[in-house]
Design a protein around this ligand. Structure first.
Ligand SMILES: [Zn+2]
Length: 126
């Protein structure tokens, strides 16, 4: 594709997580661009699978990134000190797992990668 290569990040809206996640994904996958889909604490919504409007909005944006931009990776992100999802790391790791399981049901042929951003804004695959 002439317009470059993409992966997808379902990230928190928190400004502190944007550049670390983008840099991590560009380096790991060697892509030109990261499509960012942001909500306050998105894994809270995805793990619960209750707020239909929010999930539909996320899913619509994922569809554009995968179908129009050819993304083959969807990253989901939890992070330290999340105002939108104020629970501890262990709970967020469970939410990441549940979120990945929901996204798998959407049926895209993509890799799903779970990321944790720590208190130093370092990104870790979990
Ligand atoms: Zn957050």
């Amino acid at each position: 594709m002439a317009h470059g290569s993409f992966v997808t990040a379902i990230n928190c809206m928190d400004g502190r997580t944007q550049l670390p996640v983008i840099s991590f994904l560009k380096e790991k996958y060697g892509v030109d661009y990261v499509d960012s889909i942001t909500e306050p604490g998105p894994i809270k919504f995805l793990a619960r699978n209750q707020d239909g409007n929010t999930i539909a909005s996320i899913r619509k944006r994922v569809a554009i990134s995968v179908e129009k931009h050819g993304s083959g990776v969807i990253a989901i992100v939890g992070h330290h000190d999340c105002a939108g999802n104020p629970v501890g790391k262990e709970t967020q790791l469970e939410q990441l797992e549940d979120s990945a399981n929901l996204i798998k049901t959407w049926g895209y042929d993509v890799d799903i990668v779970k990321l944790w951003v720590d208190e130093s804004w370092q990104v870790h695959e979990v």
